[in-house]
Design a protein around this ligand. Structure first.
Ligand code: MN
Length: 358
């Protein structure tokens, strides 16, 4: 059984940083899983200039591996490959769509389209060139870096990109082509698999480390055996995680305890974007908004919190009002209300009274 590891969008910038460590981790996984191929489907480097600086550092990592490393130029590192750089003994770079890399006595073929700006119509003509060459008796791979139009994506799904179209394709474009797997890159947000009409798969593995704050949750690579469906493997690499804490004013515990409970038990790779919403009674907990914020910052320094979005409200003036307490008691006595409705109504009352008493 031939195993393949597929990733993309590492956006390497310099040796020794977290992105570099992510590449090292991927190579370790490839070794441990005894894969035959490591496929990097574009944007290995963040920019052409960084690629130039890093190539000597990469050679020892990319040499003496038991597996082949096939690299596709993406939109971030499209130009750099034109000078045929040497990256290591086991490395091949896709430079021409019509010249596949063949293995296993020609039973496995990897086609790759190095990135250049093209419209969908121009791309359709490119695929037509391949049609006679794609033998159905072999396993055909396409390595691709661009946008799949079947899914609704936002510009932020591709890292920091402008509003241009980056090699737009639709699944239907491949329906008469005998590709068994399209190993793609460019879509950073998450691991996604699409089934094609011909029975093949189109796979975006997502970035293996968060490049922007839109790339949330643990990062993944695609590890699979030829003939079987793609499958996701979680990497222990840095990722962003949004945590939203809603402070319920009827809760007895201190708002700081509520925040801390939400932050504990996160993996150490998580970089947290913390949003604190809702209300607390400052008098009851001996807090002001100022002192709460200070304590919040002290607390979050212990965890990997990169950003606090302070959307909380000290409603102590409202909490002291007899009318408010009466309304709350009535709300709590209503047995016909779902808990979610009760919370909603409580919030409406608080907001109205906050404004009325201002
Ligand atoms: Mn990218």
């Amino acid at each position: 059984m031939i195993k393949i590891l597929h990733t993309a969008d590492l956006h390497l910038q310099k040796k020794g940083d977290e992105r570099w460590a992510t590449l090292v981790k991927i190579l370790q996984l490839a070794r441990a899983e005894k894969v035959a191929f490591l496929i990097i489907a574009g944007d290995l480097f963040d920019a052409n200039s960084q690629a130039e600086n890093l190539k000597r550092e990469l050679r020892p990592l990319f040499s003496q591996n038991e597996f082949e490393i096939l690299i596709l130029p993406g939109n971030h590192d499209a130009r750099w490959w034109q000078t045929s750089p040497f990256l290591g003994n086991n490395v091949k770079i896709f430079t021409e769509l019509t010249q596949p890399f063949l293995y296993s006595e020609g039973k496995i073929a990897f086609y790759g389209l190095p990135f250049e700006f093209m419209s969908r119509d121009e791309l359709l003509q490119k695929w037509q060139l391949l049609k006679p060459a794609l033998e159905t008796k072999r396993t055909n791979f396409l390595v691709f870096h661009g946008e799949l139009l079947d899914a609704f994506y936002l510009p932020t799904d591709f890292g920091d990109e402008g509003r241009e179209r980056y090699l737009p394709v639709k699944l239907v474009d491949f329906s008469e082509l005998a590709f068994d797997y399209i190993l793609a890159g460019h879509f950073h947000t998450r691991f996604e698999v699409f089934s094609m009409k011909n029975g093949g798969y189109f796979i975006y593995p997502g970035s293996p480390i968060s490049i922007t704050r839109k790339e949330l949750g643990p990062r993944r690579v695609n590890l699979f055996k030829i003939g079987q469906p793609p499958s996701e493997v979680i990497l222990a690499t840095p990722f962003y995680q949004e945590i939203e804490v809603f402070l319920d004013p009827t809760q007895k515990s201190s708002p700081l305890e509520v925040v801390e409970a939400a932050l504990s038990n996160l993996p150490q790779e998580a970089r947290v974007i913390l949003r604190v919403k809702g209300f607390f009674d400052g008098r009851r907990h001996n807090l002001t908004e100022q002192s709460f914020q200070e304590k919040l910052e002290q607390l979050t320094a212990k965890y990997n919190v990169e950003d606090i979005q302070p959307e909380y409200y000290d409603f102590q003036r409202v909490a002291q009002e007899r009318l408010f307490q009466e309304v709350m008691d009535r709300l709590n006595q209503r047995s016909d209300l779902e808990e979610a409705e009760r919370t909603k109504m409580r919030e409406i009352v608080i907001r109205a009274m906050v404004e009325a008493l201002a």
